[in-house]
Design a protein around this ligand. Structure first.
Ligand code: NAD
Length: 509
């Protein structure tokens, strides 16, 4: 069987701007470098500013037609997109592994998440419900309806190169919006492979170019343009808090809308009654999975003092079993970090940690020899830290897990909520009062709060997102679709009178 590289000709120069059949690119060359061995996977000719203009023009023009396609018919096209992804699950996952270093099961999980999202969106296409309301005026009727919004700009991070796009794009499609995708430059080839799988589905349905669009380019030139583009009413941006602050300001200044999915600093509380085996397994997956490069990665474990020593011993033992290596090799649990800069950042943070009084309990070394000569592989790190250390308040996008000791549940919650970010959280406990407290309004302040489950690996059916510096956006399931539409409130008078609201008498005497 042909590899996806051969099938879609990914080894030749790729056009970084595309609207469907029409693919161009006249900007600078971007090299796609694999973090596995720092070898070049491909070359992409980025979108120039003129390419960008052409793509957005097309997305705007196509929106005028796409919004008129009945929503369930739009859903049927998303169903076909889901099928195309099913057919390409393994080969697309391989591109993800090669370009961002995810192990095979996680990369396949990411494509599965796209497929699940397509299935969800198909159902959603028949459930874009509005309310009917009782009017205060006789023989009047009120209702709310939801209309397509316009072209939606989707900016994605390297670590979930396609799933997050699918959360946005498939819901936007059934809502009647066109989509302009600016992927991370560190995952540009994955974006191109994805579009090459999906564009033919649109073509086979007789759709003109411009429904799903791609613009690859520099964050300032292309990203900056997209953010400031008044033709794009909604920007959904996933990435660091610094990026979110910039995007939020730029879009707000033109009174556009944003959905922000930014950094996390996720913690797990391990209570004395916890099933320790369950907790350790959940924490290892949450902290080491995707080499600690998930927005929902566990970064802090807050452990009760009575079980602290035993917990740390068990955790170190579990970390000693982690196999590090080529992400496509079987039995490997952890691949490389995205690049050498990420490794350097991790080392710098560990130095600050020890300067601030923290202590490494396990790992944190850079590996060398053989495949490890790329300088992108590290051992995952467990470090003892104080809850008030400045470094603990930051999200370091690497496999560093801070272990913090607590005395009582009130203190654990204070430690838990004391960071600027508010994405995902969990408690391991068998105590009903503790778990209910954790889930109550004086418990976790995060957008996601779990009991006896880690912080990562969310299902698509729920609304995904976080509070505080995480940006407040919600994507994927539940009623997240509402952000991709505009709400219209309508009042219909079927009487022969013109009564005014609030009983106002105007000009009657
Ligand atoms: P990043 O902020 O460096 O880049 C993310 C995206 O934003 C990229 O496409 C980048 O080109 C673009 N970008 C950056 N600055 C921009 C600007 N000024 N204008 C327009 N676009 C701009 O993040 P990253 O290193 O790719 O990803 C890691 C970060 O993303 C982590 O902080 C992680 O927690 C976060 N993340 C959050 C979620 C979530 O759902 N909350 C999901 C995945 C990743």
């Amino acid at each position: 069987m042909k590899s996806i590289f051969e099938k879609y000709d990914l080894t030749t120069e790729q056009a970084g701007a595309g609207a469907g059949e029409a693919q161009t690119g006249s900007g600078d060359i971007l090299h796609s470098i694999s973090p596995i061995d720092l070898q070049r996977l491909g070359n992409i000719r980025c979108a120039s500013t003129q390419d960008y203009e052409n793509i957005v023009d097309r997305a705007v023009k196509t929106f005028a037609n796409w919004r008129m396609v009945p929503a369930p018919k739009r859903g049927e096209i998303v169903r076909q997109i889901g099928d195309a992804l099913r057919d390409h699950k393994k080969p697309l996952a391989e591109v993800i592994s090669l370009e961002v270093g995810k192990i095979r099961p996680e990369a396949e999980g990411e494509v599965q998440e796209m497929i699940d999202m397509a299935d969800f969106a198909v159902g959603q296409s028949r459930m874009l419900y509005g309310l009917t309301l009782h009017s205060e005026r006789p023989d009047h009727r009120m209702y709310e309806q939801w209309h397509p919004l316009g072209p939606v700009g989707v900016i994605t991070a390297f670590n979930f190169p396609v799933a997050v796009w699918a959360w946005n794009a498939f819901i936007a499609l059934v809502c009647g919006d066109t989509v302009i995708w600016k992927p991370s430059s560190k995952a540009a080839l994955t974006a191109i492979a994805t579009m090459k799988i999906i564009w033919p589905v649109l073509r086979d349905n007789g759709l003109s170019d411009g429904v799903l669009n791609l613009v690859i380019g520099d964050r300032t030139t292309i990203g900056g343009r997209l953010v400031q583009d008044t033709r794009v009413p909604l920007i959904s941006a996933t990435g660091s808090v610094a990026m979110g602050r910039h995007v939020a300001g730029a879009v707000a200044s033109r009174l556009g809308r944003t959905i922000l999915e930014l950094g996390g600093n996720n913690a797990v509380i391990v209570a004395p009654s916890a099933d320790l085996d369950l907790a350790i397994r959940g924490i290892v997956f949450g902290a080491v999975g995707t080499a600690g490069q998930r927005c929902t990665s566990i970064r802090r474990v807050i452990v009760h003092k009575d079980i602290y020593d035993n917990f740390c011993r068990s955790l170190v033992h579990a970390y000693q079993q982690i196999q590090i290596g080529h992400p496509l090799d079987e039995d490997v649990h952890m691949g490389p970090l995205i690049d050498r800069q990420a490794v350097a950042k991790m080392q710098a943070v560990l130095k600050v940690l020890t300067d601030q009084g923290g202590r490494v309990l396990y790992g944190g070394e850079i590996l060398s020899d053989g495949i490890f000569d790329s300088g992108t592989y590290v051992t995952p790190c467990i470090a003892e830290a104080g809850p008030d250390m400045e470094i603990v308040r930051e999200e370091t996008f690497a496999p560093i897990l801070y272990v913090i000791k607590y005395d009582d549940i009130g203190q654990a919650l204070r430690f838990h909520n004391s960071v600027p970010q508010g994405l995902s959280s969990a408690i391991f406990t068998r105590d009903l009062q503790e778990s209910e407290l954790f889930l109550s309004q004086r418990g976790s302040d995060c957008g996601i709060a779990n009991v006896n489950v880690g912080t990562s690996g969310a299902e698509i059916g729920g609304a995904f997102g976080g509070e505080k510096d995480t940006g407040g956006g919600r994507e994927a399931g539940s009623d997240a679709w509402k952000s991709y539409m505009r709400r219209q409130t309508s009042t219909i008078n079927w009487s022969n009178e013109l009564p005014l609201a609030q009983g106002i008498e105007f000009g009657s005497g």
